[in-house]
Ligand binder design. Structure first.
Ligand SMILES: Nc1ncnc2c1ncn2[C@@H]1O[C@H](COP(=O)(O)OP(=O)(O)O)[C@@H](O)[C@H]1O
Ligand SMILES: [Mg+2]
Length: 334
């Protein structure tokens, strides 16, 4: 179980309304990611769900029961933070067992749960070590283990991978996704990184200034962003936005074209421009094109084998079926 419903939830810090009335339902077993720029209210929202902050108005239901006034420890949710907060003098086994010892479970049950979690997290061989003898990724797994043994209705993750280096982050991302498949427990995961959101989520909630801009699967957000904010936030490199006459031709105030939806040619095309910086990733090349008369820079994503030089004049043709159209308010035109 782990269905979480926010009903007209608001949060003020003093006079500042950080979360205007917000409604959201997270289904049992879903992997939901809250994503948005720093300061948009992701952590606040997660802490409201956890009960670590009081909501200013509205209700939170967990599995159909009103949990608004239920203290955090009784909500059946387990939070995993960016800082692992492990006890340095305790072994991995004791660290993982800690919440169960606090809850005074009997020793056989504690051992069963700790060994089960260690197995799921590949920590069995490390149970007698101390945190100082572990890598960053292993420490993060111990912190997750401590959440797993509580057998929560839902896991709440607040940017748990931000302290890890890039390669480890990719590895842990996969591990958490696999863990979700194995446990099939509701997970809410907060990140400012849209790649993490796209790769991990069943459902993404895009937030800006405490407001939900869109809720949908990764591909829904990629294919049909509701507005300019979501269009610009989801996808890397960012969508190109073109206003003015060129957009008017498409009956729009602004059109959006993703870098991967521009065909490049050295001889002909709809638009033309001059190559500025090229970024060679091996598999792909990103070209930053200037002097198009469309926008300061148009970014193109081409194959790794495509080679243009700085200063070359090239031609661009957008794929007609994937041009996004937006009105003067920045809302998607279907
Ligand atoms: N305890 C607090 N007191 C006052 N303002 C806060 C407090 N916690 C967060 N805020 C403000 O609420 C907004 C959202 O913060 P936060 O939820 O931490 O954003 P995010 O996690 O998306 O970066 C920010 O403007 C932040 O300054
Ligand atoms: Mg935060």
């Amino acid at each position: 179980m782990g269905r979480i419903q926010l009903k007209s939830v608001t949060k003020k810090f003093g006079d500042v309304e950080v979360i205007p009335p917000l409604d959201l339902t997270i289904q049992d077993g879903e992997f939901t990611v809250f994503v948005g720029p720093s300061g948009c209210g992701k952590s606040t929202l997660l802490r409201l769900i956890a009960g670590l902050e009081d909501i200013t108005s509205g209700n939170i239901d967990i599995d159909g029961a009103d949990a608004t006034d239920v203290p955090p420890a009784k909500r059946g949710l387990a939070m995993v933070f960016q800082s692992y907060a492990l006890y340095p003098h305790m072994t991995v086994r004791k660290n993982i067992a800690f919440p169960l010892r606090m809850a005074k479970l009997d020793q056989a049950e504690i051992d069963r749960r700790v060994e089960g979690a260690a197995d799921v997290l590949n920590l069995t061989d490390y149970l007698d070590r101390r945190p100082g003898q572990l890598s960053g990724g292993q420490r993060q797994r111990v912190a997750i283990g401590r959440a797993i043994v509580r057998e929560p209705a839902a896991f709440l993750f607040d940017e748990p991978l931000s302290n890890l280096d890039a390669a480890l982050r990719v590895g842990m991302r996969l591990e958490i996704s696999e863990l979700h498949k194995r446990l099939a427990t509701t997970m809410i995961y907060v990140t400012h990184d849209q790649v993490e959101a796209m790769t991990m989520a069943d459902k993404i909630v895009v937030l800006q200034a405490g407001v939900i801009e869109q809720v949908g699967s990764p591909l829904e957000l990629y294919k049909t962003p509701r507005n300019l904010f979501v269009a610009g936030f989801i996808g890397s490199p960012k969508m190109n936005f073109i206003a003015g006459e060129e957009a008017a031709k498409h009956d729009a105030h602004t059109i959006g074209v993703r870098p991967e939806h521009l065909e490049v040619s050295d001889s002909s095309g709809t638009w033309s421009g001059v190559v500025g910086v090229s970024e060679h990733l091996g598999s792909d090349t990103f070209f930053h094109i200037h002097e198009t008369g469309l926008a300061d820079t148009i970014t193109v994503r081409a194959g790794g084998e495509v080679g243009f030089n700085h200063g070359d004049r090239i031609y661009l043709t957008p794929r007609a079926d994937v041009i996004h159209r937006f009105d003067a308010k920045g809302l998607r035109i279907e």
